[in-house]
Ligand binder design. Structure first.
Ligand SMILES: Cc1cc2nc3c(=O)[nH]c(=O)nc-3n(C[C@H](O)[C@H](O)[C@H](O)COP(=O)(O)OP(=O)(O)OC[C@H]3O[C@@H](n4cnc5c(N)ncnc54)[C@H](O)[C@@H]3O)c2cc1C
Length: 393
């Protein structure tokens, strides 16, 4: 099977590639050596350029002033951002399609659209110490008293909380007709009662921290509940589909970068009088990496195109899992081979392969671990059969 991107997707891909190569890549080593930080003026310029380019509204409906780009085009764009460290690639916030179904008009005006202008930065507080792969088991509660909910609990790994103005929080309703069901809320990142219990260091060096947050009787007005009581889990499913697809896309970008850089190095590195690219053991590592990228890209583009064709939602869910599972595992294999090809240089923090080896590892964990993706795929197969899982042949 071959897959040709339509001209519009090629145009956007090239535009994103140019921005990433010209504006982001030059800061990679500086970011790596400074815990992900670059000069504030440069960070702001990157965000501004992304807003001007339109990537913050690529998933926003046209009637809201967005671009509503096909998912395949969005995937091709995000793939290019995957060519650099997330410390730089995460330089913009975007309003996602599901938000326009979940948030009401008032919230779209106050929260969602300002995200596209860089005025509001969101983070997501779902995971807990005892609820990760099984978000249904969260213990954080929301208790309603009149027009206010009181949120109590603890959230883990809240990515970008240090840079966020607002957070989306998932809690279980403590009482009322929907007691025990889930609900999403949006509240200021520094709302009264929110404290940082701890901000641990992680394997990557991003200026996006992932703290553990305590919520002690945090008051959230009912107008900041997202959707109806009990809607929480439904919304998280639709953002999981998008996030998994885009993780797969970023992994494809990382693989392409690694293969290109490792190939260049192998052609120019002379050992015992010949280029290491002439050795078949090196060629095998490069060939296996091309295979991994090509397969991951086909799976990712095809799952994205299936969204644009409006295929069955349940099948799309499984196909996003297939793309994320394969691409994230493939990216780690490719990064590991690239380190080997670079030899000692591949173990230096200034080297792209060393950085990606640490960075892509988490793609097998967040937004559902590889094991959870396998369960989703297997359950889909058992319930809906092969065609219902990977689509008609
Ligand atoms: C850097 C980073 C950033 C993150 N950012 C955010 C964020 O912004 N917001 C947020 O809410 N969360 C975030 N997370 C949390 C992330 O989504 C969870 O870590 C992930 O879903 C896995 O949950 P867990 O860590 O609790 O692992 P666990 O659920 O405890 O799983 C541990 C192991 O058991 C396996 N396992 C679990 N259940 C099964 C099963 N049924 N069958 C087989 N194996 C199983 C898992 O695959 C894994 O290997 C982040 C995590 C990291 C590391």
């Amino acid at each position: 099977m071959t897959f040709t991107l339509p001209p519009e997707a090629v145009h956007w891909r090239d535009k994103a590639r140019d921005f990433v190569d010209r504006e982001l890549k030059p800061y990679e080593v500086e970011a790596e050596m400074n815990d992900g930080r670059i000069p504030e003026a440069a960070r702001k310029a990157h965000e501004k350029a992304c807003i001007a380019m339109g990537v913050t509204v690529m998933d926003v409906p046209k009637e809201r002033g967005g671009l509503a780009l096909p998912i395949l085009t969005q995937t091709a764009i995000v793939e290019q951002f995957g060519r650099v460290t997330n410390a730089l690639g995460w330089c913009y916030g975007e309003a996602q399609g599901w938000m326009f179904e979940a948030f009401n008009e008032d919230q779209i005006a106050r929260i969602v659209m300002p995200v596209t202008r860089g005025e509001i930065h969101l983070c997501y507080a779902i995971t807990e110490e005892n609820a990760g792969s099984d978000p249904g088991n969260i213990a954080t509660t929301a208790r309603r008293q009149g027009d206010t909910y009181t949120i109590t609990g603890e959230k883990w790994h809240v990515t970008s909380h240090n840079l966020a103005s607002h957070m989306v929080v998932q809690a279980k309703l403590a009482d009322g007709p929907h007691a025990g069901e889930h609900c999403l809320f949006v509240c200021p990142a520094d709302a009264k009662g929110v404290t940082i219990a701890r901000s641990p260091a992680y394997a990557h060096n991003y200026n996006h921290h992932h703290p553990i947050l305590r919520f002690d009787d945090v008051a959230v007005p009912a107008r900041d509940r997202i959707g109806a009581e009990g809607d929480g889990m439904g919304f998280t499913h639709s953002w999981f589909r998008r996030e998994r697809l885009l993780i797969a896309a970023r992994c494809c970008g990382a693989m392409a970068r690694l293969i290109e850089d490792a190939t260049d190095f192998a052609k120019n590195r002379i050992v015992s009088g010949s280029a290491i690219a002439d050795h078949q053991m090196i060629q095998a590592m490069l060939a296996d990496s091309v295979l991994d990228l090509h397969a991951a890209r086909l799976l990712t583009y095809e799952a994205a195109a299936a969204h644009d064709r409006g295929e069955n939602l349940k099948s799309l869910h499984a196909r996003c899992s297939i793309a994320k599972l394969f691409a994230s595992e493939a990216a780690f294999r490719v990064a590991d081979r690239a380190v080997q090809i670079f030899g000692g240089r591949g173990y230096m923090r200034e080297n792209v392969a060393e950085r990606f080896l640490r960075e892509v590892r988490v793609d097998r964990i967040w937004e559902g671990t590889s094991e959870i993706q396998r369960l989703i795929i297997a359950r889909s197969l058992i319930k809906r059969g092969l065609e219902g899982t990977i689509g008609p042949n």
